[in-house]
Design a protein around this ligand. Structure first.
Ligand code: SF4
Length: 479
């Protein structure tokens, strides 16, 4: 184990500082300052190597957290990356983007701040890339079986890497012009620089994974052809059907879905153009929705030079103090406080948008809001609280309701559950022979760590389908 008395000697939780706000909103680089490895080692020493490591169960990937905390404490970073990669294909993604349910589950968190698991994770993988320890692992034996993976987000990439290493001939189909899915065009550069995605794709290509961009399966290639040319197909297209706000004025110019706004900003970073077609520059921006995507809109608007940024959330204002009778950590994802919120802007809680008001020229000029209160029947408007809030640009970041049905899913005829997600069995197989499904397309909108865990597990199901056995690990059964 790490230092047996480490948690007694070091009770402070130390994390990398964020770059000063006035500096970082001038660029798109990640928000963190460099962090010295000596501090990471000390922080890793706080791990108690619990007999029952709740962190391990808290992680959908089953990451071997006490093992790599111990290895970092002992300065054996080379072995640490081996243990980290044993359960996670892309720790540089989760180490930057995951809300760390492992830390919420950490036993040390009962009495002290939890172990800095996520920072230890990202420190291990960043060092491994720097040292050249992350190398392609092409298979020694080829099976001759062909697998199509549709979608190149974290679930699709994880499955493709596992299946390629198992010896199958894997092709990833992506309808966008670059590989990465949400990692590429949804996540802003300041949360994860795209060089991390490019580096992994390079490794996967060197291992033998094929990538085809600009191919919308069900439109550019029929599902019949895809199935006839492959021995198995994995659907990993994500939950891309967004939740809308069908109130009067929704059609006004200046009201956009977050996923119409964020990709344009990411394309500037990719060098596609200098100015996005939708920009917050000089505008009063309203972001509707309080989750990660809403925060991404807030941070993007700051960097584009918005005149003001206001985020609206229907949830009540979070309590300032936790009652003494409730010592457990609060649910970390309920009220997001992210680096984007440190950068300015205002948050308004317990409000509902009842109308978008136009300027007479077809553009939005304001929102009509009303306060809401929670009752037995849900959220109800508070009489006499209707008011206007000026707005030149509105982004809707209200989540996703499931996979897109038109095209591939309808043509395949796979069974859907009551929420519109693809039904899978214990091997991630759909109701159509040889067609599997992983990630948000089957689970519904969820975390990146679940997507990678599902991709790895679906790869095991496909490998068993193709070869009647598998040595690939299964992280989680499908829900
Ligand atoms: Fe270490 Fe926390 Fe996991 Fe216990 S629960 S093994 S203290 S990281």
């Amino acid at each position: 184990m790490a230092d047996p008395k480490g948690f007694l000697k070091i009770t402070e939780r130390e994390l990398p500082a964020h770059r000063p706000v006035d500096v970082r909103i001038q660029d798109w680089r990640e928000v963190y300052e460099d962090f010295d490895r000596g501090t990471v080692t000390k922080q890793a020493s706080r791990c108690m190597d619990c007999g029952i490591p709740f962190c391990h169960n808290g992680c959908p990937l089953g990451n071997l957290i006490p093992e790599w905390n111990d290895l970092v404490y002992r300065h054996d970073w080379g072995e640490a990356i081996e243990r980290l990669h044993a359960t996670n294909n892309f720790p540089e993604f989760t180490g930057r983007l995951c809300p760390a349910p492992c830390e919420s589950a950490c036993v040390l968190g009962i009495d002290q701040p939890a172990v800095t698991i996520k920072n230890v994770e990202v420190s291990i993988i960043d060092r491994a890339w720097e040292e050249g320890w992350v190398r392609p692992q092409p298979p020694e034996v080829r099976t001759g079986k062909k697998v199509a993976v549709v979608g190149s987000g974290p679930a699709g990439l994880a499955a493709a890497q596992q299946l390629t290493r198992a010896g199958h001939d894997v092709t990833v189909f992506e309808r966008a012009d670059r590989i990465g899915g949400l990692l590429r065009y949804g996540i802003p550069e300041f949360k994860m620089e795209k060089r991390h995605v490019d580096r992994r794709i390079g490794q996967m290509a060197a291992e033998g994974t094929n990538f085809r961009t600009g191919v919308d399966v069900g439109v550019d290639v029929t599902v019949e052809r895809l199935r006839s040319e492959h021995d198995a197909v994995l659907l990993a297209g994500g939950a891309t059907a967004w939740r809308d706000l069908p109130v009067p004025g929704r059609e006004l110019d200046g009201v956009h879905q977050a996923m119409e706004y964020l990709p344009l900003a990411n394309r500037v970073q990719e060098g596609d153009y200098e100015q996005p077609a939708i920009t917050a520059e000089g505008k009063h921006v309203i972001v509707i929705g309080g989750g990660d995507t809403g925060a991404d809109c807030v941070g993007t608007a700051h960097r584009q030079g918005a005149a003001s940024v206001t985020q609206l959330e229907i949830m009540p204002k979070p309590p300032v103090n936790r009652p003494d009778s409730q010592p457990w950590p609060t649910m970390p994802t309920l009220y997001k406080v992210t680096s984007a919120h440190e950068e300015g802007g205002k948050r308004i809680y317990s409000v509902n948008t009842v109308e978008f008001l136009g300027d007479g020229q077809g553009r939005v000029r304001a929102l009509k809001l009303v306060d809401v209160k929670r009752t037995d029947k849900g959220f109800e408007p508070v009489e006499g609280t209707e008011r206007e809030l000026p707005a030149d640009l509105v982004t809707l970041a209200m989540g996703f309701v499931g996979p897109q049905k038109e095209g591939m899913i309808e043509q395949l005829g796979v069974e859907l559950d009551g929420r519109g997600n693809v039904v899978r069995d214990g091997d991630y197989a759909t109701t159509v022979d040889g067609v599997f499904c992983a990630g948000d397309m089957g689970r519904g909108q969820s975390l990146i760590v679940w997507a990678i865990a599902e991709g790895r597990s679906a790869a095991a199901g496909i490998d068993r389908y193709l070869t009647e056995e598998t040595a690939l690990p299964v992280a989680i059964p499908p829900t």
